[in-house]
Ligand binder design. Structure first.
Ligand code: SAM
Length: 275
């Protein structure tokens, strides 16, 4: 079969389109990525290659544009990803927040690019398993992503063997998942703890409550500095004064937004607003 190709013009068109729609930056040199993600999509639509796909996008096929954007975002995730932030959450951050919210008995957590759901479900499992005192609290766990396909997968909460092998302790797998053919189905008691909605971080955000914890992990790395600054600014306005922002291992607020301070003692990407 012939190698997929992409012209410079078509690459520039795709780069502009995904930047406008989801803020993802595709620098020259990423042609291989566009080819590997969009050639299979073109084929699924009965098109011979990326050229005809771009022709259809130029004729403004909205459904197809959404599919292209969803094909271009990276959705890599896993249960308890990077381990350390989750240990810190369990040992330090959650006990502190629970103490601070004891009077109102409510916690508000937002997972702001939740991919296929492993991140919010890791926290839901943690709350259920290790914090039984929260059983009669109001736990508001809201998870959002731009990708409708990822939201659909998240709501289904069905994972492959490979996915449950990545980061999920066996004890939690056996206790909270049921094997169903080649998949593992998450128990409804955990699944129902998380609400999933579409949200594009690069566009104005809807009204939302003040959050005690905002997970904003492994998504800003794909954006340019102006978009990162805008997102961090908005996150600061929806974060409680004593709440935490959690970034991914390769992300920082440094040189982007000086209203945050990294909580060095926690050593795992937790930030708070400066007093
Ligand atoms: C690499 S995954 C990170 C998932 C999870 N936070 C983690 O760290 O494991 C990045 C996610 O960001 C989502 N995403 C990309 N651009 C976005 C945008 N503009 N608004 C909201 N979500 C976006 C993608 O769909 C993808 O699911």
């Amino acid at each position: 079969m012939a190698e997929p190709t992409i012209s410079a013009d078509d690459f520039a068109f795709i780069a502009r389109l995904v930047r406008q729609r989801c803020a993802l930056v595709l620098e020259p040199g990423k042609e291989y990525l566009v080819k590997s993600r969009l050639f299979p999509l073109a084929q699924r639509h009965g098109l011979s290659g990326i050229g005809p796909l771009v022709d259809r996008l130029r004729a403004s096929d909205n459904g197809l544009t959404t599919e292209v954007v969803e094909a271009m975002v990276t959705t890599e995730t896993s249960f308890f990803r990077d381990i350390h932030p989750f240990e810190t959450l369990k040992k330090t951050v959650l006990p502190q927040l629970i103490e601070a919210r004891r009077a109102g008995r409510q916690l508000n957590f937002w997972f702001a690019a939740s991919s296929s759901g492993q991140e919010p479900y890791s926290v839901a499992l943690m709350l259920k398993e290790w914090f039984p005192e929260l059983n009669d609290w109001r736990l508001n766990l809201w998870a959002t992503d731009i990708s409708h396909e990822m939201l659909h997968r998240s709501r289904a909460a069905r994972y492959t063997q490979v996915e449950v092998n990545r980061g999920l302790p066996t004890t939690l797998l056996l206790k909270w998942f049921r094997q169903d053919g080649a998949h593992w189905q998450l128990d409804d008691r955990i699944r129902s703890m998380v609400t999933f909605s579409p949200l594009n971080l690069a566009q104005p955000w809807p009204a939302m409550p003040a959050w005690d914890l905002v997970f904003l992990r492994n998504v800003m790395i794909y954006f340019d500095n102006d978009v990162k600054k805008a997102i961090l600014g908005r996150a600061g306005r929806v974060l409680n004064k004593d709440g935490y922002l959690l970034l991914g291992g390769a992300e920082t607020t440094l040189s982007l937004d000086d209203s945050y301070r990294r909580i060095e003692a926690l050593k795992s990407g937790f930030y708070q607003l400066k007093p």
